[in-house]
Each structure stands twice: as C-alpha cells, then as structure tokens.
Write a protein that binds this ligand. Structure first.
Ligand code: ADP
Length: 627
C-alpha cells in the first residue's frame, strides 16, 4: 500500500463539498451511477473499434449492493475500468483549471446551492464524501489482468495498492456516516434511481449483501424476485414519445449529459424520416458558458447507432453557429463500427446535420413569437447565432430574420428585428442604414446619425464585434441594401429634398473652397479629403470612410496575413452652417492651425476614438480655455 497526499486544491475542494450545508446530498448516487454508465459506454465503444481489447461478456450492468450491517453501499460496473496510474490521475488530482473555475463559481454563487455546482466541474466522484466518511475504489481495466485499489477517508490523503477483483470494471464502495443511513434503505435507493437515473441505458440492479442466516424461504424468494428486476426502465428518452416523458425526466437527462446544474431552456424532440431515419433529443441551455467562445472547445452532439453509444461531441452533426445546442442523435442508418474519421465525410451524417439545423431554426422561429422567451435566448446566444449568416449561405435568409440589433431610436436593450426595421421605413427610405461602433453608448451619440435622425430614418447600431464581419455578409434583406451611414455619400429625404441639399452643398463648397484647402493641407496625412457634409445638423464635423474603403475587419485580416496594408485614410466632413466652422473659416496662421487640430480631434472623440496626440490636444484646449 502506498500513501499519498491530496493535491492542495483537492483538499480544499473536498473541504468545501463536505462542509457545504446542502439539502440534496442524495445526488452523490446520481454521480456514481453516471460514472458507471460512462465507463460502460467507453468499454462498449472501445470494443467496436479496437478488437484487441478482450471484451469478455457483453452483459453490461451496474449494481448497487447494500450492506446495512456494515453501513456500506457499493456501486459496481463492468465497464472500462482503471489501472493504477488512472486511479491516481482520475481520483487523486483534478485538472487545476477545473478546480479554479469551480472555486470562482463558488465565490460568485455565494450562499446558493453548492453541490449543484459539483457535477459541472467534473468533481462528481467526490460528491460521495458528502455522505461517506470512507471511500474505497477497486478497479480492473479491460485488457489487463491486475486489479488495484484506491482508498481514502478524506482527512489523511489517499492510499493505493494491489487488489483483487473478479472480472473487469470498477466498484466504488462508500461507508456512510451515521446521519446518512437512510441511503441504505432499499426504497430510498429505488426512489433515487427512478428520479435521477431512469434513462441510463444499462440495467441498474439492487442487491442486499447482509442476508440473515435464518432468512425464511418466502423472504428469500421475494428478495430474489425483486433483485432480478432492474431499478430503471432503461428506455432511451429519445425513443419515447414526447407526451409520455415528464419534463423532469428530460431535465435530468439533460443534466446527466451536460453537467449543467440548471434545467434546459428548451427541449426539442424530433425524428427524421424519409431520406435518413434518426431520432434526436436536443436541448438549448439557459446560459452561455465561456467555452462557447473558445476555439478548441468541445462542441457537437452525442451519436448513438441503434442505441449503441458511438461518441460525444460529434461536430459533424451540428453547424458551428448552433454550438450552444446539446443533445443526442440516434440513427439506424449508420454502421455500428463507424469511427470519428469516417463520420467526416459521411453522406448520412451530412443529411442529419442539415435536418437538425432546420429543426433548430424552426424552433427558434417559433420561439420568436414569444417575445420574452426569445429575448432570454437572444441575450445568451444571439452573438453566436449571428455567425450563421457568414458561414451557412443556404440558411442565411432564415437566420437574418432571427437577428436583432439596437437602433438609434430603440434603446430598450431588446433590439429590433429586420422585418420591424423595414416595416418602419418611410416611403422615401430605400436602404437599411447601419453604423459600426465599438460601444452602443458612443454609437448613440455619433454625429454621423444626425441627418438620418432629422429625416426620421432609423439606424441599426452594429456594436457587437461580430457585427463588423456581418456587415460585409448581410448584403440585402427584403430587397433592401445594407448601407453604412459613416461611409461614402449618403442623402436623405425626397428626391426634391436631395436635389436641394446637393445644390446647397455645392454652393457652400464653392464658398469655402479656400478654407477647405487650407484645412486639408493643415491636416496633411491624417485625412484623404475635407469636404462639406450632408450628414450633420448639430455637430461641427465628423469622419467618414470612402465609398470603397476597406473595412476595419478586412484591414485586420490582411495585416494578420502579413500583407502590406496601406493606412485607410478617412474624409473629414464639415457642417457648413455650424457657427464654429464659420468662425474657424475666418481664422489665419497659427490660430487656424490650432483650431483645425482641435476640430479634427473633436471628431475623433465624438466617435469614441482616441486623439492622435493627447499632449498637444490638452495644451491647445487649456490655451483655449484661458482665452
Ligand atoms: P467526471 O466524471 O465529471 O469526469 P469524476 O470526478 O466523477 O468526474 O470522475 C473523474 C474521472 O474518474 C472520470 O472522468 C473517469 O475517467 C474516472 N472514473 C470515475 N468513475 C469511474 C468508473 N466507474 N469507471 C471508470 N472510470 C471512472
């Protein structure tokens, strides 16, 4: 036997788990059964692809054996098993990132249900210590012929050593603390399995260990009969009609699948018929996790073929922009011995993916009719869904209808659908206007919106980082073009109004010709041009992009590809009727030069950009204030 200390973070976590004042200690059984089921899944899958693993019998089962006299409960499986190294690695350490996340979540959720968090961070096994003062694991890995033991009373670290076990798999035996003897009662165990683990696809049997020597014949018979029947119904939930399944059953399955501690936001049950036959049980979670935005996160759905588990996180079943969806697909059209590599370009998988995509989109379309619910969904996953426009051309039009943005007029925080934007367009407005900005607050104050506002045109505010890419992909909606309001020439109002404005603009430009040129030479390399604006009513000036300018995202991409990208200079537009502009136009020499710098910097500040030379700006501003 060898003694080991727990890693510091495990000791800390165990302390938290055990000392938590939590009513639902009962989930320890769910965690152990879940691990047993996973272990059988792994063995089963290994046998499909690796013929060198000696499978033994295929009589998969989980057993809960109870000894009331010794106060022990043992969960055994004949799954994949663990060797010595795996026992130490899996049960003696936790990936410290997981523990860190766990601790962080704990801090955030102070005062709330702690063990609800346990499953989520892969510390499920340790839940046993909520009710037990001693845990012993005996395991024999498939394909080996030596068994090992892992044992801990939690306080003094853990011990490992050689052991004996008949057959492959793992047994976890826990010795219950006095106050938790209720978990030795058969009815209590039946109740817990029913509640949390009914869908587990292997039989979970109950066995009484401490049989009295003088057991009566009829008692023995009754016991053996009841022990022969599994505690769970084992019906795969996705095979059952939705009306026959309780919401709680779906919720428990969802939690088993995802380690989420909350119920799902939406449950989708459907089957594919015709070209490919499959059944799917999908869930939309309530909240987004950080993982959604990590490049190497696990995504995809679990795949079963005729009830046999093939693998989880099968990416090929789900487009990336729906990666927040979790669930299971079971198809009878695939061969049992498929490998992940084969799935890559499998025609059946591709068909399932497109059916799954269509079903999720239609679910979201239905959800859209319930404003409150859709907003909840949107707050969690809207940003991810938007990516769809850029990657799924065949569904782009459907996806566009599900997207919302804040607008210059609507600051409710809920956003506006494109359909509603178009409905509200005046008869004179031809295009859909948008403004790119890093922050919604800045966007709302942007001078570029002024003329649009004056003419009663609303403007979509694209302030999500992904909006910049979207702006290039959206192109059209309902036959209307998307137009960047801070780019090229824009004009508003009726044709007559536009004509009048154009004339006024030309007149002002002619009158200010000398000033515009002086300004341009003063600003030099900073701008490509200085001209009279049609966008402004209240502000003196603003910066706009040239019609064919590369977008900032394009520039970043080209820079990333090490291309030599020329700086994209913008145009400074002036409000010819603004008193400040008139005043500056009368200035000469150094006074003019200082005022021009201040004007240009104020245009940068107005859109939320940093000024080019902060020191000079402050100096000029102080001088101005002293005057
Ligand atoms: P999780 O199951 O979330 O990964 P646990 O703390 O419950 O976290 O288990 C840690 C690891 O120990 C598992 O990932 C698995 O590799 C291993 N393990 C636990 N129980 C068993 C079992 N019955 N058979 C085989 N391996 C197991």
């Amino acid at each position: 036997m060898q003694k080991h200390e727990f890693k510091a973070e495990i000791a800390e976590m165990l302390d938290l788990v055990v000392n938590s004042l939590y009513s639902k200690k009962e989930i320890f059984l769910r965690e152990l059964v879940s691990n047993a089921s996973d272990a059988i899944d792994k063995a089963k899958f290994a046998s499909l692809t690796d013929k060198t693993i000696d499978l033994g019998h295929g009589d998969w089962k989980i057993e809960i054996a109870v000894d009331k006299t010794a106060k022990t409960l043992m969960v055994s499986d004949n799954g994949i098993g663990m060797n010595l190294e795996e026992l130490e690695r899996n049960l003696g350490t936790i990936a410290s990132s997981g523990t860190k996340a766990f601790r962080k979540a704990l801090k955030e959720k102070e005062g709330s249900d702690l063990p609800e968090l346990i499953g989520q961070f892969g510390v499920g096994f340790y839940a046993a210590f909520m009710v037990a003062d001693k845990v012993r694991v005996i395991s024999k890995k498939r394909g080996t012929d030596e068994a090992f033991m892992w044992e801990s009373d939690m306080t003094g670290g853990y011990s490992t050593g050689s052991s004996q076990r008949e057959g492959f798999g793992t047994s976890v035996m826990i010795h219950l603390k006095n106050e938790y003897e209720e978990y030795l009662d058969e009815w209590r165990i039946r109740e817990l399995v029913k509640k949390y683990s009914d869908f587990i696809s292997y039989p979970i049997n109950y066995r009484k260990v401490d049989i009295p020597a003088d057991e009566k014949e009829e008692d023995r018979k009754r016991r053996e009969e009841s022990e022969a029947k599994p505690l769970n119904t084992m019906t795969a939930l996705w095979k059952r009609a939705k009306k026959d399944v309780k919401d709680e059953e779906y919720a428990e399955f969802y939690k088993h699948l995802t380690h989420d501690w909350e119920d799902p936001f939406e449950t989708i049950v459907f089957s594919g018929e015709g070209q490919v036959e499959f059944k799917a049980l999908l869930f939309i979670p309530k909240k987004a996790t950080m993982e959604l935005y990590m490049p190497n996160q696990k995504r995809g759905l679990s795949l079963y073929v005729r009830n046999v588990f093939i693998g989880d996180d099968i990416e090929m079943l789900l487009p990336s922009y729906l990666r927040f969806v979790k669930g299971v697909v079971d198809s009878s059209d695939l061969p049992l011995n498929v490998s992940r590599e084969m799935l890559q370009d499998d025609a059946i998988i591709a068909k399932i993916k497109s059916a799954v995509t269509a079903k999720i989109l239609s679910t979201l379309e239905t959800l859209k009719k319930d404003e409150k619910k859709f907003n909840e969904f949107w707050a969690a996953f809207g940003t991810v869904l938007k990516e769809g426009v850029c990657v799924d051309y065949s569904n782009a039009e459907r996806i566009k209808k599900l997207l919302k943005w804040p607008t210059a007029r609507n600051d409710s925080g809920k956003g506006v659908f494109l359909e509603d934007y178009v409905k509200d367009m005046g008869s004179e407005q031809k295009d859909i206007y948008y403004l790119l900005s890093e922050r919604e607050d800045d966007a709302r104050k942007a001078p570029q919106l002024e003329a649009a506002r004056k003419h009663g045109c609303d403007v979509l505010l694209f302030c999500d980082p992904v909006d910049e890419y979207l702006a290039e992909q959206l192109r059209e909606f309902d036959g209307k073009k998307f137009v960047d309001i801070a780019r090229g020439d824009v004009s508003f109002g009726s044709e007559a109004e536009q004509k009048a404005e154009k004339d006024a603009n030309e007149k002002a430009s002619a009158e200010m010709k000398g000033f515009l040129e002086a300004m341009k030479s003063e600003l030099g390399e900073k701008v490509s041009d200085v001209r009279v604006s049609t966008r402004l009513t209240d502000s003196p000036c603003c910066l706009v992009a040239k019609e064919n300018a590369l977008s900032p995202s394009m520039i970043r991409m080209m820079k990333a590809m090490k291309n030599d990208v020329p700086e994209e200079k913008r145009i400074l537009e002036l409000n010819a009727s603004h008193p400040l502009v008139k005043k500056v136009s009368e200035m000469k020499g150094e006074e003019l030069s200082d005022a021009v710098t201040l004007l240009y910097d104020s245009a940068l500040i107005a859109e939320g950009s940093p000024v080019t030379d902060g020191a000079r700006f402050t100096k000029l501003l102080s001088a101005l204030m002293l005057k």
